[in-house]
Design a protein around this ligand. Structure first.
Ligand SMILES: [Fe+2]
Length: 222
């Protein structure tokens, strides 16, 4: 996916990858199902996330940007805490603007084992996901899957029975990913994905759209 960095996707792409957060707006293209933003690596955040993953830290709250600041102050004071607080706030701000949300469901989950080991789709309009520590999720990249009329369950069965015949891809470590789900509601195809296998703890940040979902779907389908 790295070869597409910095490029605006063509109308036939079902995913894009960019080093520029402004390119995330391409997620509104009906043909796009997955967007990847590759931010620069940050050593302080990386060190903090390593500690967070090992500490079994869990956080899940529906927040506004104002209330998120208070919650972040209660995150553990490991080295790099200031950088991580600013980073999580920045991501919440980016996605509240991108999806015009006043409220965002912020979840930080340290996982000793894969949370969702089986291929599936999410029943939400779209889910931004960022592995603070560990590998990103796996997704089915097979071109045929993105044909209109493809049945998600058929592909899930196919990958379970004959995994060698299905193209599976993984965004680079540190990527911020937006995966469309079944709730996008404008003809876009949801992303089939799963957690990677991992032996050491992983720490995952997800951001969910928490304003009225039906009004979001109406805006998207216009
Ligand atoms: Fe999922």
């Amino acid at each position: 996916m790295g070869q597409n960095i910095g490029k605006i996707p063509s109308k036939t792409d079902h995913y894009f990858s960019s080093a520029l957060p402004k390119d995330l707006a391409n997620i509104y293209d009906e043909q796009v199902s997955l967007g990847v933003w590759n931010p620069p690596f940050d050593e302080k955040r990386s060190q903090y996330a390593h500690k967070l993953a090992a500490s079994d830290f869990q956080f899940a709250e529906v927040v506004t940007l104002d209330s998120l600041k208070d919650h972040l102050e209660n995150f553990p004071d490991f080295p790099g805490a200031k950088s991580m607080r600013a980073w999580i706030f920045e991501l919440a701000e980016v996605f509240s603007l991108l999806f015009k949300q006043k409220k965002i469901g912020v979840k930080v989950s340290s996982q000793a084992r894969p949370m969702c080991p089986k291929f599936h789709v999410d029943h939400v309009p779209a889910r931004p996901l960022h592995c603070l520590h560990g590998e990103s999720c796996l997704w089915i990249k097979d071109g045929n899957y993105f044909n209109k009329g493809s049945r998600v369950q058929d592909w899930v069965s196919k990958v379970e029975k004959t995994p060698e015949e299905v193209k599976v891809d993984q965004p680079p470590k540190g990527a911020v990913v937006i995966m469309k789900g079944t709730g996008w509601n404008s003809g876009s195809i949801p992303i089939i994905h799963r957690s990677p296998e991992h032996d050491s703890p992983r720490c995952v940040l997800t951001l969910d759209l928490a304003d009225n979902i039906s009004s979001f779907a109406t805006r998207v389908s216009r």
